[in-house]
Design a protein around this ligand. Sequence first.
Ligand code: NAP
Length: 686
Amino acid sequence: MSNAPTLQSFIGGRWIGQHGSQGLRSAIDGSTLFRTHEEALDFSEAVEHGRKRGIASLMAMDFQQRAARLKALALYLTEHKEQLYTMSRHSGATRADSWIDIEGGAATLFSYAGVGARELPSGNIVHEGPAMPLGKQGTFAGTHILVPRGGLAVHINAFNFPIWGMLEKFAPSFLAGMPCIVKPATATSYLTEAAVRLMHESGLLPEGSLQLIIGSTGDLLDRLQGQDVVTFTGSADTAAKLRVNANLIRNSVPFNAEADSLNCAILAPEITPDDPEFDLFVKEVAREMTVKAGQKCTAIRRAIVPAKHIDAVAERLRDRLSKVVVGDPAVEGVKMGALASHAQQADVAERLDALLASSDLLFGARDGFAPRGDGVNEGAFFAPTLLRSRDPHAEGGAHDIEAFGPVSTLMAYDDIDEAIALAARGKGSLVASLVTKDPAVAARVVPQAAALHGRLHILDRESAAESTGHGSPLPVLKHGGPGRAGGGEELGGLRAVKHYLQRTAVQGSPTMLAAVTREYVRGAKVIETEVHPFRRYFEELQIGESLLTHRRTVTEADIVNFGCLSGDHFYMHFDELAAKESQFGKRIAHGYFVLSAAAGLFVSPAPGPVLANYGLDSLRFITPVGIGDTIQARLTCKRKIDQGKKSPKGEPQGVVAWDVEVTNQLGELVASYDILTLVLKRPEAM
Ligand code: NAP
């Protein structure tokens, strides 16, 4: 089909590509769907556009605004998802496979929008506090800040999840304020192009924040500087080649890699074929072989099982695999699609031949493999293939060869230490599952396996109902593994955002640190006015605005009343003799009484802009408060976050965190904490 449409790159704010070049074929029927473009890209333009326009437009927003924009992008993609589903079938994906790519991608944007809104401040500086005093007088302190790197993020992605693969890297980069230049794997780049077009058409992308390369990266890596980052997903060979790019090394450009991973699942020794865990194991292995036709970086390549049960595991797996209907996902009843490309089909066949040198075939193409659908003979289908390693301790084989398709190898072990040793032969993996019903086995295996795995999934009858499965990287948990798996880290909630921020130590007086971090730092100058801080609207409040309260002497009646009210008659408050023998040598007031009394000291009781107190952070009771002690509180506006939210009555509001110090008559700190409140914005802002 010579009239297949030409894919376009999106560089410098315009779509480039009129003349078709390499044909990209449907994995289902082999027809040519699209062509890459012939026009060469000018990477100096891409880099300049990202640096000038992208950084400026992203820095015109703050963390909270970018989080809100991610959410809007996620909603837009969700509304337009069917366009992507229609196209996704040609990459060999079933509806369920495409769900991971399309809706899993949007879910990752939603998740990072939530992380940004909940965990990042307003502005573009993250304070990794608390500040530490560095001198005896309290006039010199140190702390850490995280700031946008002021550079570009180049993302080079694998072919298996062309949309999720882009979005899972885009989300944390965008939140961190880094413009992205995305290079999808060519074979499935038509899906990435379609997603980028939607994002562009939404009008929600700040100028220069996302550029797309169809085809080669040319001299792009040679143009990067120290503030830029490169993240790569693909084969270990390509990772090894790119990470030694002389320019990247010269400029210390961080290079994050996710590469091949020979993930495993271990069936624990105590599990018998009658246990529900036995079937959970079989189901998980079969699922990881067939979802996305086994083209998941997290798929189970090695199934490590007790020797005494290996035949039973093989039998149940064969039974399951024989029921998997392979073919065109458009055909009713099809459960497994094709590999993403014909090149991939040839590659998996070659790797399977290599694996067969050291393993026996238990199930494969000979067992009734006949893909369903029109034209499937020209497609890139591959039979689910189960192997058994002849000698799991031998070099090579499934510990070293990754067939990136529906191929898995059973390995027998005799005791759990042998299983742990076999798992380690993967030389570093993204994930391992342990299927056990014995917490002691989990406690033994996990700490040893953790050094070699990015994620460990423990599966039993209790977790099964809600388990997200062996193969699903989650936005809030780390994705990435040591050694062979590339040594990188992606995802993981706020951790992932921090990969795209620069951490810097800052030293100075508390007043200077407060000005820099936009957070009150203990010891900094405070602002005291006639107006109670609780009577100020969100916009009026200044960081450092503070109230020193009147005092209150704590009496025995306070302790007795609080004990009766709360029901807390702990000996330290009520037993004179036991309290005398305690480390404090006397009866003391309840810590929660001190908290309540402090609130009584600092609140301004009449209705006002403070709508609610929704929590406390970092609470410590430092010095005990005895009968006759006199306490006083200082309440200081510590942090303001504008999430752009409204109260249930529709009134705009913001989050204000207050620093509270409660002291005694000697000036000693007795309690220290932050209180979190919701504060109204000025009525005219409604
Ligand atoms: P690959 O050949 O290494 O390609 C990966 C990406 O690198 C593609 O976008 C590719 O673009 C690009 N690339 C290749 N050579 C390049 C160069 N010289 N300069 C710049 N970019 C270059 O990997 P693959 O064989 O397509 O992918 C399968 C592998 O990916 C499997 O081994 C699998 O384990 C791994 N994978 C790992 C993860 C993970 O998270 N760990 C996830 C998915 C896949 P072109 O397509 O244009 O060549």
